[in-house]
Design a protein around this ligand. Structure first.
Ligand code: PGA
Length: 251
């Protein structure tokens, strides 16, 4: 049985004051027991959030981490070992905003993925196609290639300790959501690609959907057989909305 996960990606949002408000809202949520909840604040606020949600069933992760696992001379970066020291359990790897706007290549992402795992952080690998790629009928090819980048470098066993988030780029922050069937089709293909190498790992890995998930569409998406939860952007900045999405995952 895969334990559903709801992950909130706060992106580059927040101030100390608004983060305090959000922590207060999250702390008051009655979260369903069978699911895992993780939030990803901007690095600057990770300590504040870890202290603020202490004792609650909410884990904390980072939105990015360095290509080397240990601390060292790498200006501006945060080492996975430092994130573990702060109390983080997860890290997002390869969000489309970083792939597209910051030019992060599969090669760089592979290094980040491996560095994170080496310290015990669980990577959430984000993959997904652009609108042009979908319209050209290349969705499965693109997603398959992004996934293969990891399996070819580290073997399919890398996904025994990682999560995958399918996030169609055209659905992120646009209000356009993949239909439950569109998302399920890609999730099924991802699981089949992994199963061709190791069916146990394929059956165990959690596949999250991301892209304009809201309380209003979450239940339908999470009801699909290969969708094990969501990676939530905009809607994760509102504690009540996020709580409603968590309840949808718990049902
Ligand atoms: P969104 O973002 O929910 O605002 O579309 C999802 C994401 O980028 O992870």
């Amino acid at each position: 049985m895969r334990r559903p996960m709801v992950a909130g990606n706060w992106k580059m949002h927040g101030t100390r004051a608004s983060v305090a408000e959000l922590i207060k809202g999250l702390s008051n949520l009655a979260l369903p027991s069978g699911i895992e909840v993780v939030v990803f604040p901007p690095s600057l606020y990770i300590n504040q959030v870890i202290e603020g949600v202490e004792g609650k069933r909410i884990a904390v992760g980072a939105q990015d981490s360095a290509i080397e696992s240990a601390q060292g001379a790498l200006t501006g970066e945060i080492a996975p070992s430092q994130l573990v020291d702060a109390g983080c359990e997860f890290v997002l790897i390869g969000h489309s905003e970083r792939r597209q706007l910051l030019g992060e290549s599969d090669e760089v992402l592979n290094r980040k993925f491996a560095a994170a795992q080496a310290t015990g952080l669980q990577p959430i690998l984000c993959i997904g196609e652009t609108l042009a790629e979908r319209e050209a009928g290349k969705t499965l090819e693109v997603v398959g290639r992004q996934l293969r980048s990891i399996t070819e470098a580290f073997g399919v066993a890398a996904f025994a300790n990682a999560v995958i988030a399918y996030e169609p780029v055209w659905a992120i922050g646009t209000g356009l959501t993949a239909t439950p069937q569109q998302a399920q089709d890609v999730h099924k293909a991802i699981r089949e690609q992994l199963a061709a190498e190791n069916s146990e790992i394929a059956q165990g890995v959690r596949l999250l959907y991301g892209g304009s998930v809201k309380a209003a569409n979450a239940a339908e998406l999470f009801g699909m057989p290969d969708i094990d939860g969501g990676l939530i952007g905009g809607a994760s900045l509102n504690a009540d909305e996020f709580g409603a999405i968590c309840r949808a995952a718990g049902n």
